[in-house]
Design a protein around this ligand. Sequence first.
Ligand code: SF4
Ligand code: SF4
Length: 400
Amino acid sequence: MGKRLMGRRHFMKSTLAGVGGFFFLASNDKKQGEKVIDKKGTEKKFVYRTLGKTGLKLPVINMGVMNSDNPNLVRAALDSGIVLLDTAHGYMQGRNEEVIGTVIKGRPRDSFVIASKVSLPQDRITGLYTEGATTEEFLKKLDISLKRLGLDYIDILHHHGVSRRESALFEPALKALKKAKKDGKIRFTGITTHMNEPEVIHAAVDSKSYDVIMTAYNYQQKYYAEVRNGIARAAQAGLGIVGMKAIRGGSRQTPFKNPAAALKWVLQDPNIHIVVPGFTTFDQMDIDLSVMEDLNLSDSEKKDLQKEASIPGSYCQGCRECLGQCLKGLPIPDLMRAYMYVYDYRNLSMAQDLVVSMNLPSRVCKDCSQCLVKCSVGFNVSDKIRDVIRIREVPPEFIT
Ligand code: SF4
Ligand code: SF4
């Protein structure tokens, strides 16, 4: 049975439940976990899927290292049977890749898979590339990443943070990926998107230049059906699909207490091959790994998800509807992302890097008699902006 047919059949089997057509799919993982023995001799059940045309057979749960600079946690993840570590050139100003480099040093090269990402300078309002976005810049960053990781090659290199079709097709980036692959510096090409995802996914498929797509995908996305359709098309075309922001953008601190259910919701889609939750503690890692014991959503997990999905205004959709509304033309989705880094990820360093990179004026959201922005999920954006913008003033040495 072709993947497209299977996707449609599962779609038809889905049951409408809750607000906004929130639905669940019938499980396609009748064959659940395979038994693996971790380094401590403990038997675990892992579910594996193949990452599209890369042929990489991976456990469905892997590690997004972004928020962790603890080598012991990364080590424990690999020792527990996790195979893929997801990082980026820009995470923690390079320290994230360095931490991974120390952990993988001395391990057999075929025992782990590294995914990293390179971004190019872009206009935060339009999502289009600006001066300095060149093939040479892209390849320079790749070489630095290889050095930090201590590797001759990266398994998957993503063209990072794409929100427009034009950017997905941006020739200098595609040229860089092609050259890196030809030179043996990367095995597979990828693209990441956490804004305007459906457009980017379709462009990535059309380009025929990518092996993997990494996309935000979660039960709180208002337009997740469009993302789902894009993913189905991409998987049908043979691309590997990585789900990110499965737990609503990483919200571990907010009242929602069932991250396992959120991961299962994403993995119930057979076209999602793996997810990379960004756990930062050993307990969180155990919860995430436990998902593989049974991918089926229980009735109580479904209820938890429906309840959470009906709460408005807790997740910036990256829908960009606010962009034309701000009197000062602020890059609001990026500011909301910085807000998420502070309050959900607790990653102040990333939030500060992001806010500083926006080159905002000294006075922000202080000169409007009234905020005209109507956020699609009801955020009071000016309150959040005024809050997060304060991170500019914190000396970097006080930010761990
Ligand atoms: S208050 Fe802030 S977000 Fe609202 S319109 Fe003014 S500058 Fe834009
Ligand atoms: S309108 Fe709201 S949800 Fe959409 S991008 Fe702007 S802040 Fe995010």
